[in-house]
Design a protein around this ligand. Structure first.
Ligand code: ADP
Length: 498
């Protein structure tokens, strides 16, 4: 029954571009036969011919023009006109004058034109609608094919967060089918099909990701794009899948949010390579540490012996070897620290000490080494903190050596220390090359160095500030820089007071 209704319903066929010839031909012929039977044999009333033979065929012509296009409408019109010719020829009206007969033929010609015009117009409309629907369907199919074959996972939601589309890659990455009707923000990929564990999507600090923290939900709330957020998905068999996810809302031309899209990248391979590289750096620095330490020890006794020789060239060479060995030791220890940070193994042994005292000691010991610039200290008030003394010494040394490294020889470096609420605030100001605003956040990233073609290059690996930031952060303090290009920089850090 349903199939028959679909076959008859012209609306269901819109866009199909299927036009039958047989059905309009057969139907109109049967209709004409039935009208003939009704008017001339059952009712035997030729004056009823006008009513049945015009209204019913006209409806048929309109129906077939809409159902089967110009072809259907023209077939129904031609058969109807032939039927009129048959009526006029085989059922002539008695006592007809020649003028009446001419009028009858003229009426048939006029009706013929009218029917063909109707068939042509409706049929043409039908063809146009079909073509447009077909084009749109093709475009949709093309987009679907592109979406499905993209090498990254794509999820699209409506403006309320309900997932309306996702490509195959999403399922490949997640290793399971997406549940239908999922809503970002209410439920998430986490509990898509896994009932037992709703905490299998973890953020970078290994905490379970709540549905509202899912990038699609975040972008829908904030209307701002979420770029390259990293997550770890623990699959059902315990395998770790590292994901990088970006999401953004999609707006219409009036600026109204109509959807949101998210791109999911599987970066597991990249992460594994990174982990292997970190492991290698860790191993290499451990292996280097021992020979460098003994080299340093031997160098010290060698230097003593060399000094007794009183040969200036040899003494200079030995001093230079010692200096380079010291540098190598700092470098290796920085490398080890970076790898400890990466693997979460940077440990602190905290004690109570006077920060002002540590700063004075550090400045005094460094002033001898960095005798290019004069270092001043302001605000030597006693300030006690509870921290890892060696690590804080490391931060101050790093800031001071940087201030010296990136400043001209005859400039000044000012170190300030004061209380600021419940925190100690330390500042290291130089009169050096300065750092542009867009670089100020980046210099605290791992291995980041400012590269400026106009500036001379300075030796370094970009590890110092990254390590300092991690040390201060782990002490619940903050570290930042205020600077203007060409006018010097001031690095600040805070530490909670004891
Ligand atoms: P490194 O000094 O070994 O390159 P850091 O992590 O200590 O590494 O510093 C990162 C970058 O920040 C440096 O390469 C430099 O470009 C910039 N920088 C750090 N301190 C200063 C400063 N006082 N003045 C200007 N630029 C600085």
């Amino acid at each position: 029954m349903h199939r028959i209704l679909n076959y008859l319903n012209p609306i269901v066929r819109l866009g199909d571009q299927k036009y039958s010839i047989f059905f309009p031909l057969f139907f109109t012929l049967v209709l004409c036969f039935l009208i003939d039977l009704l008017v001339y044999r059952i009712l035997n009333n030729p004056s009823a011919a006008g009513l049945y033979a015009i209204i019913l065929p006209l409806a048929t012509i309109i129906y077939f023009s809409f159902r089967d296009g110009i072809r259907g409408g023209v077939i129904a019109s031609v058969i109807t006109i032939l039927f009129y010719i048959y009526i006029v020829s085989f059922h002539p009206t008695p006592n007809q004058t020649p003028e009446q007969r001419t009028t009858q033929w003229l009426t048939i010609v006029a009706l013929g034109f009218l029917f063909l015009l109707i068939a042509g117009t409706i049929g043409w409309l039908k063809h146009t609608i079909d073509r447009l629907i077909h084009q749109e369907a093709n475009e949709k199919r093309r987009l679907q094919a592109i979406l499905q074959q993209l090498p990254v996972g794509v999820l699209i939601t409506d403006s309320k967060g309900k997932i309306i589309q996702g490509n195959k890659q999403v399922e490949v990455i997640l290793g399971r089918k997406m549940r239908e009707g999922l809503t970002a923000g209410k439920d998430s990929i986490n509990n898509a099909t896994v009932k037992s564990s709703s905490d299998n999507l973890l953020d970078q600090s290994n905490k379970p990701v709540l549905p509202r923290q899912w990038p699609l939900a975040q972008t829908l709330v904030s209307k701002k794009p979420v770029v390259g957020k990293e997550f770890t998905l623990i699959s059902e068999n315990g395998k770790k899948v590292h994901l990088q996810i970006s999401a953004s809302v999609i707006k219409n031309s009036e600026g109204k949010v109509i959807a949101a899209a998210s791109i999911i990248n599987d970066i597991t391979l990249q992460k594994e390579l990174e982990e292997r590289k970190d492991d290698f750096v860790n191993m290499a620095s451990h292996e280097l540490k021992t020979p460098i330490t003994s080299m340093k020890l031997y160098m010290e006794s060698l230097l003593e012996g060399v000094k007794k020789l009183k040969d200036e060239r040899v003494t200079k060479a030995a001093k230079s070897i010692k200096y380079q060995t010291d540098r190598l030791q700092v470098l290796v220890s920085d490398l080890l620290d970076v790898s400890r940070i990466q693997t979460g193994k940077l440990m602190f042994s905290k004690e109570e000490f006077r920060l002002d005292g540590l700063i004075i000691e550090t400045v005094e010991s460094l002033q001898g080494v960095l005798n290019k610039q004069k270092i001043y200290i302001s605000g030597k008030t006693p300030i006690k903190v509870y921290a890892d003394k060696f690590r804080i010494y490391q931060v101050i040394t790093n800031l001071l050596t940087n201030a010296s490294k990136y400043s001209p020889n005859d400039s000044e470096i000012k170190v300030s220390i004061k209380r600021n609420g419940k925190k100690a605030l330390v500042g290291v100001a130089d009169q050096g090359i300065g750092i542009s605003r867009d670089q100020q956040k980046k210099i605290f990233e791992k291995l980041y160095q400012v590269t400026d073609s106009k500036e001379k290059t300075f030796p370094g690996l970009g590890m110092g500030l990254y390590i300092s930031k991690e040390i201060i952060k782990r002490h619940k303090g903050e570290i930042w820089v205020e600077s203007e290009k060409g006018k010097g920089s001031t690095f600040f850090f805070t530490l909670p007071l004891r």
